[in-house]
Design a protein. Structure first.
Length: 43
């Protein structure tokens, strides 16, 4: 006897696809995060 084909969805591994690149969002994130990163590196 084998296992049933139905599995517990709580144990399922989710395979999310990365979102498409949004240039406006990427530029804004870089604008906000770059000064913070350099400030942390110089600390």
């Amino acid at each position: 006897m084998g296992k049933a084909g139905v599995g517990n969805p709580d144990h399922k591994r989710w395979r999310n696809m990365p979102a498409a690149e949004n240039e406006v969002l990427a530029g804004r994130m870089e604008e906000l995060l770059t000064p913070l990163v350099y400030k942390q590196l110089s600390y």
